[in-house]
Write a protein that binds this ligand. Sequence first.
Ligand SMILES: NC(=O)c1ccc[n+]([C@@H]2O[C@H](COP(=O)([O-])OP(=O)(O)OC[C@H]3O[C@@H](n4cnc5c(N)ncnc54)[C@H](OP(=O)(O)O)[C@@H]3O)[C@@H](O)[C@H]2O)c1
Length: 288
Amino acid sequence: MKKILIIGANGQLGADINTSLSINKCITLTPNHEELDITNFERVKEYILQNKPEIIINTAAYHHIDKCEEFPLLATLINNNAPTFISKLCKEINCKLIHISTDYVFDGAKEKPYVESDLPNPLNVYGKSKFAGENEILKANNNALIIRVSALYGVNPCRAKNGLNFIQFMLKLASERDELTVVGDEYVSPTATFNIANILPEIIEKDLSGIVHLTSEGACSWYEFAKEIMDYTHTNVKIKEVTSSHFPAKTPRPKYSVLENQSLKNNGIQSMPHWRDALHIYLNKIKK
Ligand SMILES: NC(=O)c1ccc[n+]([C@@H]2O[C@H](COP(=O)([O-])OP(=O)(O)OC[C@H]3O[C@@H](n4cnc5c(N)ncnc54)[C@H](OP(=O)(O)O)[C@@H]3O)[C@@H](O)[C@H]2O)c1
């Protein structure tokens, strides 16, 4: 039985990871933010040395995009300095570190799915702090694993983004309005957190290190995603497709951040579902 510390266990992704690992007979340690703040290095060291996990999965992040622009030092502290400290400690005590990163390390200029060997070029403070974190974590500890995920949605709310994920937000708007306006020129691989969580035991078993992309198969624009949500739930609402210039954003974002799970496939790990199939399963889950 493996003893695994999940940092951010009450978050959108962390909660599903906890469920999946518990089903897979792991002992999980799940302190909340207050009990284990990763910016308190002394406390982190004390907690880890006392509890002796064999694996640490870090899902904690400062990832509200606009707030990262406003508070870049905090973004650096949480997304880079703190996980780097954990990575060094893991190296010292021979503990595996699995750290969650993001598709926002890329600038979108490739306009084809990004593989792990593609060179990142983040456009905003969030992406820059996560990319710096990836580099420092691996520099400190080449046995660490960085998992890049994209456009997450889960049954549990995203704590950093005011609770509602894109699907819930669209369904809420559709219940209040006759027409929705959705961006059609930003492409992602929307990914259900339970799919990431379910595949993690196999990734742990294979003891991968370096960088791995882990997203749904296929890609869509936010407009296509919204349309599928409404079609599948038989929600009667018009959807108007617009370009991103319709919603001027304070912070630049990549227009194309689709990831290809190349390393996963090369390592013979079960494939992720297509985004459309995963969405249908999620919609059935939340209906219950
Ligand atoms: N959501 C997305 O669409 C998306 C896309 C790409 C990548 N990612 C990455 O995926 C990971 C998980 O995202 P998520 O959607 O599950 O986020 P989430 O729901 O906001 O969960 C993050 C968790 O981290 C905790 N946390 C934040 N700061 C902390 C600190 N200083 N010390 C300890 N815990 C702290 C939060 O606790 P409190 O809420 O109590 O502060 C929360 O439990 C992040 O690394 C993010 O960068 C997310």
